[in-house]
Every structure is written in C-alpha cells, then in structure tokens.
Design a protein around this ligand. Structure first.
Ligand SMILES: [Mn+2]
Length: 308
C-alpha cells in the first residue's frame, strides 16, 4: 500500500505504518495474510451522537500499540498475517445507495480473498446488510447464522424514513439468514413481537447474561455451521465502551464475550466479520484500544482454530 521508499533511506528510523497492528514486511503481505482488514468509514444515519466515520482510523491507530504476544493463546497471533486495504469511500447519497456500493466492492474483495477472513471496520451499523447478504448468496443454498453482538435489536422495518437505517439493519437480513443476537437491552414492542413470531431469530437479552455463563451454550446451540459475526460495540457496557452513538447501561463484560468468540471460531466456520459503531471520543483512547484488541483476539482465535 505504501509507495516504495528509496533504497538509501530505507534504514531511517520511522514510525509504524498505518496498517492494522502497524504490520509491514512479510506479515502484512497479501500472499501471507489469513485476514484482510477493510475499513469502511461510512456515516449518515446515526441517531444520537455522530463520529463513526472516524472509527476505522481510530481502530487502526490504536491497533499499532497492541502487544503482539497473546498470553491466553501463548503465541503472537499476528503470525496469521494481516493485510490492510485502503479505506473504502461510499457515496453520500444516502444509506441505500451506500449499501449497494459496498455490496459491489465487498463482492470483489471476497472474489480475491479466497480463504482469507475479511474483517470490515465501520462506520455505522447500516453497512452490515451488504456483507451479510453477500455471504448468504455464496452459501450454496444453506442458511448462514448471523451472530449479532449489540445493545439494540435493529429489527425496525424502517427508522426516520429509511429502511436502510442502522436501526433497521437486521430487518434487511432477517428473511435470508438466521439471527442469534446477544447483549440486547433496547428494542420496541414491535421488534419484540417479531422476535416471538420468527423461529429464525434467537435473542439473548443482557439481563439473562450478567450473572451466569449458560447463555454461551445457548448461543452456541442456536448457531448453524457457517457464522457471520456483526459486532456493534455498543454491546459492551458503557463503562468500558462510552464511545458509541447510543450507549445503553447494563452491557456485558469483556471476558465472557471472549469466551463465546473463542468457541465460535473453534467450533464453527466464521465466514466474515464486521465491527461497527465506534465513535472515538477526544481524550479517551480506551474504547479505541478495546475495539482494536477485540479484533486482534478474533484474529488470534481464528489462527488457533486453523492450527487445530
Ligand atoms: Mn446497537
């Protein structure tokens, strides 16, 4: 991605490149990459506080300071190889057009990517329907499961006049995929009704999660073989994740969340991932770092599963 540096200047001391984890050299090369990072700094329909368009850059910036050794896995997960694509710019003509543009670009990335796992960095949640429907179309007729980490069901038919709003994103997917939503603690009575009606939606509410870990088995049980992970960072409690458009109290914590993710990568085939809705806060880098580390943990779990 970087233009070549003249041979005589290559040994100058310089900062890490703005790639995920600050990788360069062999681990950042496409040929060696197990994972492809696709930044999508798209924002148009956020409800309350804006700023998600700065999410991908903040995640990448924070990721450059992550310790590459992972003591849980006793390895440097970066060895899996991570290629960072340049940020994708989508139209300002509204979310429907933006989702269509993303679908086209995402299909091209998947065609090139082969067995590499593509991780989309948002941006607002409205972009998720593009990768989800791309994977649904490639699953050979079998339904995929979408594992949705979120405070909100996002099952409204439309929101503020748009069926492509972030608050309606899962409603755009519900006919084509099974949904397993965890951490939910804000929804309308109509969304609650839809969840009751549709056998294809499993919802585990936040209040079912805080004092036990049985929910992890329930979530695993509901997931099919092929899983797409959409991770809205407002899933986490605002104490650790205040930097998001619509923070909700009572969110789950870090370690039980990692426990589920490790099992998903170990026991299912993860076809794609997005991490959305980080709206960086000036003066507080912790949420950026949390998000970057979350992604690094997923890369580590994938690498561990591939090692067997
Ligand atoms: Mn949300």
């Amino acid at each position: 991605m970087l233009a070549p540096i003249p041979a005589g200047l290559q040994d100058l001391s310089r900062e890490l490149p703005h790639t995920f984890l600050g990788l360069d050299g062999d681990l950042a090369r496409w040929e060696n990459a197990g994972v492809v990072i696709l930044p999508v700094p798209y924002e148009s329909t956020v409800s309350y506080q804006g700023g998600t368009k700065r999410g991908p850059a903040a995640i990448i910036e924070a990721s450059r300071y992550i310790e590459l050794y992972d003591q849980e896995l006793d390895t440097e997960s970066a060895e899996h190889g991570v290629f960072t694509l340049p940020a994708l710019h989508l139209t300002g003509a509204g979310p429907e057009a933006a989702v269509r543009e993303l679908r086209e670009s995402y299909d091209r990335v998947l065609d090139e990517a082969g067995d590499r796992l593509v991780i989309v960095l948002g941006g607002e949640h409205s972009i998720t329907s593009a990768p989800v429907l791309a994977h649904a179309a490639r699953s050979g007729g079998k339904r995929i499961s979408v594992l949705q980490f979120d405070a909100h069901s996002d099952l409204r038919t439309e929101y503020e006049g748009s069926a492509y709003s972030h608050a309606a994103v899962m409603a755009r997917c519900v006919d084509d995929v099974d949904i397993v939503a965890v951490g939910i603690r804000a929804l309308t009575s109509e969304e609650r009704e839809l969840i009751r009606e549709r056998g294809s939606i499993t919802t585990i509410f936040a209040e079912e999660m805080w004092d036990n870990e049985e929910w992890i088995d329930r979530a695993m049980h509901a997931l099919g073989d092929r899983v797409y992970i959409t991770f809205d960072v407002d899933y986490f409690d605002p104490a650790s994740m205040p930097a998001t458009g619509t923070p909700e109290p009572g969110g789950p914590a870090w370690y039980p969340t990692l426990k589920l993710l490790r099992r998903v990568f170990q026991e299912r085939r993860v076809v794609g991932v997005d991490v959305v809705e980080l709206a960086p806060m000036p003066g507080n880098a912790a949420p950026d770092f949390l998000t970057a580390k979350l992604i690094y943990k997923m890369i580590g779990y994938r690498a561990a599963a591939a090692r067997g």
